[in-house]
Every structure is written in C-alpha cells, then in structure tokens.
Write a protein that binds this ligand. Sequence first.
Ligand code: GLU
Length: 420
Amino acid sequence: MNPQVASEDNPYHAMEARLDLAAARLGLEPNLISILRTCEREITVSMPVVMDDGSVNVFEGFRVQHSTSRGPAKGGIRFAMNVNREEVRALAAWMTWKCAVVNVPFGGGKGGVVCDPFKMSKGELERVTRRYVTGIMDFIGPDRDVPAPDMGTDGQVMAWFMDTYSMHSRNYLPASVTGKPISLGGSLGRIEATGRGVMLCAREALKHLGMNPKECTVAVQGSGNVGMISALQLASIGIKVVAMSDVHGALYNENGLDLAGLRKHMQVQRKLDGFKGGDRLSNKELLELSVDILVPAATENVINSRNAAKIQAKIIVEGANGPVSAKADKILDDKGVFVVPDILANAGGVTVSYFEWVQDRMSFFWTQREVEERMERIMVDSFAATVDMAQRFGESNRIAAYMLGVDRVAETTRMRGIYA
Ligand code: GLU
C-alpha cells in the first residue's frame, strides 16, 4: 500500500486491509496474494453525448474486472457524480469475494459513469447508457462480464443496456445483463432480493444471539431500493423500524415508522422531507441511535474511526458495500458488535442475478417461490458457514467471510495455474 495515498476513506485500501488479514490467516502463498490484490482489467471510456439543449457533454465511464477466476465478472453499474476509478476497483473486488462467499459461479466486476442521473432527462440517460455500453462492448457479454444495477441505475437502464448489447451483437442476448424488467427476461424476486437477503441475515443473526425479532428495533440508513426493501422486509418479521434516512437527513419515531405511508410519500416526492410521521434527525444521529439493529444501506465509510465508538446497535447488517472502514472494524469488534459484513449481508442481490442469468440462458423461468426458496437456502447456508468459520478461527465475521471467499478464489486461481 502506498502510504502517500493510504487513507481510511480509500475503499480499495479498505478492501486490501481485509484481504491481507484473511490471506495471512489462510496462509496463502505470496504470489497468489499479489494476484488477488490486483484487478485483471480496467477500462475507461469518454463518452460524448448530445444533451437535450443541443450542447455536447463528455462523460467519463469505467468498467473494472477484478477477477474472472471462478466465472464471468459480475457486478453493478453506478451512475453518480462522485464515482471514481479507485472506488469502482474496490467495488469490483468486493463483488469477487461476495460471489465466492455465496458460491455462485462468477468473478467480480463493477462499472461507473460520472453523471447525476437525477438531473438528467430520460432521453439523456438513455443516450449515456447506450454510449457506455458501446464503449465497453468488446469486454463484456454473458460469458465475460455481466453488469447489473447499482446506485443510480435501475431496470430501465438495464433494458437499454440489454437492447444496445443485443443490437450490436445481432442476437437476442438477455443474459448480457441482470436486473432487467420481467418482460425482458428479468427474474421474479430480483428487485426485492438485496433487501430480502438483509432481512434473512438479520433474522439469522438474531437467532444466533438468542434475540426475539418482535422485541427488536432497527434503524435503516438509506431509503433507495436496498434501504426501503430492507425496512419492509425487516418489519415483515416483526422488527420495529424506528428510523430511516435519505441523503438530506433522517426520520425517527420510537413507536415505529409508518412504512407504507413513507414509501408512498417517497414515490411521489423522491425524498423523506415533508413526511409527517416522526422527528427529524441527521444521518449522523441515526447511526448513533440506541437500537438493536443498524442497517447502513447507503454508501461507503459511514461508520469510521470518528464515530464507531458511538455506535449503540448490537447488530450491524451491511446493506451497502463498504459502509464500515477498516479502522472501525477493530473498534466495533472491541465493543462486541455483531457485524454481518457486506459481502454476505447484501449478497441476496447478486444471488438472484445469478438465477436471472441461468433462467435467461435456459429461456425457462422460475416462480417467485422457487427463486425465494433457492435464495433463502443460499443465504442461510452462507451465514452459517461464515459464523462457523469465525468461531473456528476466533476471527470477526468480516474476516471469516473474506476467508471463505478468498479461499475459494485462491483455489480456482491455483488450479488454473499461471498461463505464460
Ligand atoms: N450492485 C449489486 C451489488 O453490489 C448487485 C450486483 C449484481 O447483481 O450483479 O451486489
């Protein structure tokens, strides 16, 4: 790690710090560690796009493939103003470990386009998406690299993605991307999958700790697809959702928020502000609430060395990727917080993406129940394997999950050998 650029907030360094600990614990060969620390391929594209007012804006886009050792690269595409290459690298590596933890046959990749999807018209968004697909076209595909939604992208963006990829390939290729609308080969249960996985992890954590969901409270940071669905799913097993937030701030009600009303309000207003069912708090205050469970489902590094000591939750279930910095890991461990790490907690999404890819390749579609049952089995087994690893090695759940994932990637990398 270069000390010049090493910082707590650099997500790639956060990933490397955990990888190094897991690799040391597994006794991995140094050569293998250097391979796993590096991304296989990074593509940067600059994309001139004609805006609605006739001006031309040159957007920057990335696609990073961290590993294809266990299968095609897999991972979402983020549309955000602050997305950058270092972040996309980290997100790509996290996808590698995540796919390996739940044992789906994919490597890891991630994409990003520097843009503000909320300020662009539908036409502008479509042109940016199609231009991005064309830019990375030669490096992706059902057997190479399969994108999906992430922050700032949705089913409509995936539909344009699939159409552009199919048009250029002169073939109908729905397996080129996941998270599509159902009518285009999307899978039932994909939209809910990440939030449902968060709920299943919370449920398993409570069972493990001997706590009753009906006597528990949760605060959810974020109210996008992951935050909102996580909240609804957690409420469905009797947990009281006392706080939620968006980028502008949080809402708190000790008797439980009216989630149905809040969801309706969000659909119309696209923000929490103005909803009368609780007291306003800041995002910082939400994280420090005295609750049983905390679900950070927004962005990276929200729990860091500056606030980790103030966290009062007994359980943290990481809906977001990288919400806890590597420095905060130790502080939370010392406090005895039970952390379900991102590469396990939010893996429900990519698990159902895998099901979508399988269904598209067979052109044979499963019922919602089949999807949910298969996903539940994978999440419950992966949770148990992580906790078991943690207990056997006396490690945190996070390092245990990395050990599970890294070991599987190391195994295929070793078996495939170094081609020269
Ligand atoms: N963006 C999601 C994640 O971070 C889903 C990725 C996928 O389904 O490929 O896990």
